[in-house]
Write a new protein. Structure first.
Length: 78
């Protein structure tokens, strides 16, 4: 993981393979892929804002005792 303070960019390396393509996951977040389409890295622009907002959102959810999205049960249909 590398953080470039002057540019406010966080780069997370998962593999040292060559990047063949990339996919914008959301504004300022890009997934880097190898030639097989496997994730090899993530680049986050405006990283300090992204991390701050993510932490604030998690803290607010915890204070409000909100369920995590991945823990929501699916009601069976009849």
């Amino acid at each position: 993981m590398s953080y470039f303070k002057d540019e406010d960019v966080l780069h997370i390396v998962i593999s040292d393979e060559n990047e063949a393509s990339s996919v914008e996951l959301s504004p300022n977040i890009t997934a880097e892929l190898n030639e097989n389409g496997e994730l090899i890295g993530i680049e986050i622009l405006e990283a300090s804002s992204f991390i701050r907002d993510s932490i604030l959102e998690a803290a607010q959810a915890k204070m409000l005792n909100l369920p995590k999205p991945h823990n929501k049960g699916v009601e069976p249909t009849s």
